[in-house]
Design a protein around this ligand. Structure first.
Ligand code: SF4
Length: 401
């Protein structure tokens, strides 16, 4: 018997999801200038016009933050509809936004309807830093890091990396439709790749995304305002200096291989000496291009005076700054934060050796947005807590930046 046709109304959120993800058209976001040039030719742009068209589209998208082709007023109507027939400019979907009592904002962003990542905006007195992700999950299992308990699902595309910046610029109203905003007027003045994932295990997409973010005709953040943090993927480090040129941070966290093997297991592949040799050869290394050593302070694990002395000996000769990060706990962690007294004693030794050693104030702890606390709700692969290091007293606790 023929079934009567019933029209079931779609819920608004289902419609929104369909609208966001079911488009057969690709996004125009995340294409490098060369790729966009090629695509515009492919859709029928006159070769003599392609450079002009590319510049027009680029400025609308990355300088003015336009999210539809219809608003590109200096482009003819037929060409706008040609663009609209072939591309979309939509943003990532904000699944959840949490605001900390200290003003830090944590965003859960939906990529494709099933995978999610986190990004965090940290407002400070003289700047606003956006921490973005490069992978869904992470393969590296750093034992102090919450993201490390989430298995790697996939790498992000350049579109998804740039998409985090555009989506959060929209949310913070950080666009200036009339001109290139001065840096002190920007809400997002700095970007750090210290969110979920190891950026150097997704090198090509990260490189393309950062070139788009640095492009002077668009978002135009200088390479000195972008910091890429790596756990120490040695073969890629020189390429970062030569091909991207942004600032570099190293998730260092230990002064002996035996401890670093446990905290940052990639150390078993590229140990401390191998890593430091690659840093000594980092292109453009200078006092204005210092390397940041991230050092999470873990009680009775890596926080002794001896550790502090060994740290300054190890990095001797490298223009560097050492960020001391009081550990930010997360559920099931085995570590504890070092006491303030211990952190200060450690900082004094590092400081007397001539290195800046700011102690990073924990930000966004109440919303689990602090360094090393990020973990998206998708694919919550739970790793059973295991004892990472031999500790003396009561043990427990972990981070990233
Ligand atoms: S610290 Fe970075 S590299 Fe290590 S597990 Fe966490 S996200 Fe991955």
């Amino acid at each position: 018997m023929k079934q009567p046709k019933v029209n079931i109304p779609l819920l608004p959120e289902v419609l929104a999801r369909k609208e966001l993800y079911s488009s057969a058209k690709p996004t125009i976001i995340g294409l490098t200038r060369e790729e966009l040039h090629e695509k515009l030719l492919k859709i029928g742009t006159e070769p003599k016009d392609v450079k002009m068209r590319l510049n027009q589209v680029w400025r609308w998208i990355y300088q003015k933050g336009i999210t539809n082709f219809e608003s590109m007023h200096n482009i003819s109507k037929p060409y706008r509809s040609l663009l609209n027939d072939h591309f979309h400019i939509r943003r990532l979907k904000i699944s959840e936004k949490l605001i900390s009592s200290d003003g830090t904002k944590k965003y859960l962003l939906s990529l494709d309807g099933c995978n999610e990542i986190e990004a965090v905006y940290i407002p400070e007195k003289n700047r606003g830093t956006l921490c973005i992700s490069s992978q869904v999950g992470c393969t590296l299992n750093c034992s102090f890091c919450h993201t490390g308990t989430q298995k790697l699902v996939r790498n992000l595309s350049a579109a998804e990396i740039v998409g985090q910046v555009l989506t959060i610029k929209d949310d913070l109203n950080d666009w200036n439709p009339n001109a290139k905003p001065k840096l002190d007027k920007r809400i997002i003045s700095n970007i750090v790749l210290m969110g979920m994932g190891e950026p150097l295990y997704n090198y090509d997409s990260v490189k393309d995304a950062l070139h788009i973010i640095m492009d002077n005709e668009g978002i135009a953040l200088s390479k000195k305002r972008i910091t890429l943090s790596t756990s120490g993927v040695v073969p890629q480090i020189e390429k970062v200096g030569n091909e991207i040129g942004c600032l570099l941070a190293i998730s260092f966290h230990a002064t002996t291989d035996s401890i670093r093997d446990k905290l940052v297991p990639i150390n078993k592949k590229w140990n401390i000496q191998t890593l430091l040799t690659s840093l000594r050869n980092y292109p453009k290394l200078s006092n204005s291009h210092r390397i940041t050593f991230e050092y999470v302070m873990l009680k009775n694990i890596n926080d002794s005076d001896e550790d502090a002395r060994r740290l300054v000996q190890l990095i001797s000769g490298i223009p560097a700054k050492i960020n001391l990060i009081p550990f930010n706990p997360w559920p099931e962690t085995l570590y504890q934060r070092s006491t303030r007294k211990r952190i200060d004693a450690f900082a004094t030794i590092v400081n007397r050796a001539g290195y800046a050693s700011p102690v990073r104030l924990p930000r966004g702890e109440d919303i689990m947005a602090a360094c090393g606390q990020l973990k998206s709700a998708s694919t919550k692969e739970k790793r059973l807590p295991k004892k990472p290091v031999e500790v003396q007293e009561s043990q427990i606790c972990r981070t990233n930046i």
